[in-house]
Design a protein around this ligand. Structure first.
Ligand code: LLP
Length: 404
């Protein structure tokens, strides 16, 4: 993103022309950004060439999945729908891992039928269910067990998953019992220890702690795991102040770990691949003067981008045309939905705005559209991709008639 003569450009395209041509709200992705994120992850982890399984939940657009597949990535899925989409996008079944605490027997049956790489089980009951299905099908199914390492990810509590009070995975004691159980099973083949402590992690220390627990658990189990799946969670720079995760340090810690445990590493990143590759364009509908602040009422709402309402997450909001004139009061940027949490940000000393101006909400590629809904009977927004200086439609704007 770059201002040229005070006008915002994204992947060398003038953003205001896109907003005018395609209408708002508009999700706009950059292929170049997506590509450089993937190459960056590959670069940092090159020495142990992990299998990178894109967390489909972060962005489920089939065309995006297809682009990601071309970089030889696999997929981390958490539902039948995501699994079907990953396969439809052409992702090889031997690069698909299936996570989640509540996989139903329908979902497990389908995953087993498709011979995916791994089902990462999260409880004894799930393991028994997989075994039952495998027996019926006369198959040996490759599975992992998700360890809950009781590690604080030092991120928002709503997106922390690695503490013992969280529903995810099993604690070390149960983990060790399950290893023994699976070792004796005729229909299960234990291949993986998986772990995922949370999302938007900016400090590498929690990963260090997690690796210590994984190391201890493997030693206690005396089991040779073909794969160690370290999950995703690598945080990105939403504040635009260079506060992203130090991948170099994380990579060095993994290298140390691999000197002792000779396993193949799997990652399940979502946000770090797609997060900063998209902006959400919006038009100001009205500006309502308030007492201490003015409300900038946008045509985009919490149904289009849930993160601020759901987690108090912050996304930068930037103008498409820069000016030096400052607003007198602070601005609160809000959507039109009848909920007080339908608000994006309150900013002091913003440039002076007027009705019908366009704005861009930054870093919305991950958990943006994938969390969008039709709340208030609002159609889902149009999604476009800029690739090789051309604009492709990723998903058409939903027609209001589809909703009525
Ligand atoms: N693997 C597992 C098992 C996960 O549960 C998740 C995310 C990931 C991988 C990918 O994590 P990532 O690399 O994207 O951080 N809606 C929230 C994020 C929820 C994440 C849930 N699990 C948000 O908007 O911040």
């Amino acid at each position: 993103m770059l201002y040229i003569k005070n006008k915002l450009t994204f992947d060398k395209k003038n953003v205001e022309s896109l907003a005018k041509k395609y209408g708002t709200p508009l999700y706009c992705y950059s292929f170049n950004k997506l590509k450089s994120n993937i190459l960056e992850l590959k670069k940092y982890f090159r020495s142990f060439s992990p299998l990178i399984c894109f967390a489909v939940k972060s962005n489920t657009n089939t065309k995006i999945l297809n682009e990601i597949k071309k970089f030889n990535l696999g997929a981390d899925v958490v539902s039948l729908g995501e699994l079907m989409k990953a396969l439809k996008a052409g992702i090889n079944e031997k690069k698909i891992v299936f996570s989640g605490v509540g996989k139903t027997s329908t979902e497990l049956n389908y995953a087993i039928k498709k011979n995916i790489l791994l089902i990462n089980a999260e409880s004894k009951s799930e393991i028994l269910e997989i075994e039952k299905i495998a027996k019926k099908k006369k198959k040996i199914v490759d599975i992992g067990i998700r360890l809950n390492p009781n590690t604080d990810a030092q991120t928002l509590s709503q997106i922390s998953t690695g503490k013992k009070e969280n529903k995810f995975g099993v604690g070390e004691k149960v983990f060790l019992q399950l290893v023994e159980y699976i070792k004796r099973s005729q229909n299960l083949n234990l291949k993986c220890l998986s772990v995922h402590i949370g999302s938007q992690i900016l400090n590498h220390k929690p990963y260090q702690n997690m690796l210590k627990v994984v190391d201890r658990t493997i030693r206690k189990s005396k089991y040779k795991f073909e794969y160690i799946d370290l999950g995703g969670g690598m945080g990105i720079d939403y504040e635009h102040d260079n506060s992203k995760l130090n991948l170099k340090k994380y990579s060095q810690d993994i290298k140390k770990f691999l000197k002792i445990h000779k396993s193949k590493i799997i990652f399940e990143p979502g946000r770090s691949i797609i997060g900063n590759s998209a902006i959400l364009l919006t038009k100001i509908v009205y500006i309502k003067e308030g007492d201490k602040k003015d409300f900038v009422i946008l045509d985009v709402a919490m149904n289009d981008l849930m993160r601020p309402a759901l987690y108090g997450a912050k996304h930068k909001i930037i103008p498409l045309k820069k000016s030096n004139q400052k607003s007198k009061k602070m601005y609160e940027f809000v959507g039109p939905i009848c909920e007080s949490t339908d608000t994006f940000s309150t900013i002091k000393k913003y440039q002076k705005l007027k009705e019908k101006d366009f704005l861009a909400i930054c870093d919305v590629g991950a958990y943006g559209v994938s969390l969008a809904s039709n709340y208030n009977v609002r159609p889902k927004p149009l999604e476009i991709l800029i690739k090789n200086s051309k604009v492709q439609i990723l998903k058409k704007r939903q027609k209001i008639s589809e909703l009525i």
